[in-house]
Design a protein around this ligand. Structure first.
Ligand SMILES: [Zn+2]
Ligand SMILES: [Zn+2]
Length: 299
């Protein structure tokens, strides 16, 4: 896994620089290091897993539905189980304490079926996951997060298979993807974690599945507002123009906008997100928010 080693070296370089500049992030960095390493190990463990077939990707995109929405995926949770349990431990040691330990217990007792949980996460069914958490008596936020960590490597593979590789063989899919002008991810429907400017082209990036997409017009990703209420600003006059925030006064949402020399690899997206957390703080201070999921998938 030479690629993974290279990714971890790059992550380590960034974490070291970040910890030096912002010592208050040391604990967050330590937790992220464990989660990124474990995510890569999980991706390696499921590398040979047969991907579920997803029918009608081009048609879904034409209907403005993400490719994974409504997908009838049946997943064997067994290969994921030790990783999901370990993510609970990572979170328990990284500040989530008792709620993460309680979730681990519920998973071990089989009170939550891991295959169904991960399928619900792939389809971004937040309400269903929260209901399950309430039923079993575990924290909905921790269950959502653990499911996301467990499902993300598979989401990435599905995204690459269907939106990365398939359009080269499928002209309809290519056209549908080129026409995708939505703020949310064409693969999974999540809001992007950030936008990357590569040679003046804005690429929205999904941190759950790694997708990159380019709406034709720069406007608010959440409400499509593009008038005076939408602006792109550096958080303070002294900041570099390569680090900006898109702010929308119409809906109150914001999105980080970072210049990059090359697309950030999937595994490093959380690192870039943490690196730019000062921009989140600046936007939140001005009263803007980063919306969580907008549920699009009917169960
Ligand atoms: Zn996505
Ligand atoms: Zn808006």
């Amino acid at each position: 896994m030479v690629d993974d080693e290279r990714l971890l070296e790059e992550a380590e370089r960034r974490w070291t620089a970040l910890a030096a500049g912002r010592p208050e992030l040391r604990e967050a960095i330590a937790l992220q290091r464990r989660l990124v390493e474990r995510g890569l190990a999980l991706a390696a463990a499921i590398a040979d897993l047969q991907l579920p077939a997803l029918a009608g990707a081009a048609g879904k995109l034409q209907d403005k539905r993400p490719v994974l929405s409504g997908a009838d995926i049946i997943l064997d949770g067994a290969p994921f189980k030790p990783f999901v349990a370990a993510f609970c431990d990572d979170l328990a040691h990284g500040g989530a304490g008792q709620p993460a330990a309680r979730l681990r217990g519920a998973l071990e007792r089989g009170e939550i079926d891991i295959g169904s949980l991960l399928t619900a996460s792939l389809r971004r069914l937040q309400t269903a996951i929260r209901m399950k958490a309430n039923q079993v008596g575990v924290s909905p936020d921790v269950l959502w997060l653990v499911a996301e960590l467990g499902a993300a490597p598979l989401a990435h593979r599905l995204q690459r298979a269907h939106l990365g590789d398939a359009p080269a063989r499928d002209a309809d899919l290519r056209a549908a993807l080129d026409a995708w002008d939505e703020g949310r991810c064409p693969a999974c429907g999540s809001w992007p974690a950030l936008a990357e400017e590569l040679a003046d082209v804005r690429h929205l990036r999904c941190s759950f599945c790694g997708a990159a997409w380019q709406p034709a017009v720069r406007r608010c990703i959440y409400c499509s507002g593009s008038g005076d209420a939408f602006l792109v600003a550096a958080p303070s006059p002294t900041d570099e123009p390569s680090r900006r925030v898109e702010l929308c006064r119409a809906c109150g949402g914001y999105l980080k906008n970072l210049c990059a020399a090359a697309p950030t690899p999937f595994a490093l997206l959380p690192v870039v997100d943490l690196e730019s957390s000062d921009l989140d703080a600046a936007a939140v201070e001005r009263g803007y928010i980063r919306f969580s999921m907008r549920e699009v998938d009917a169960a």
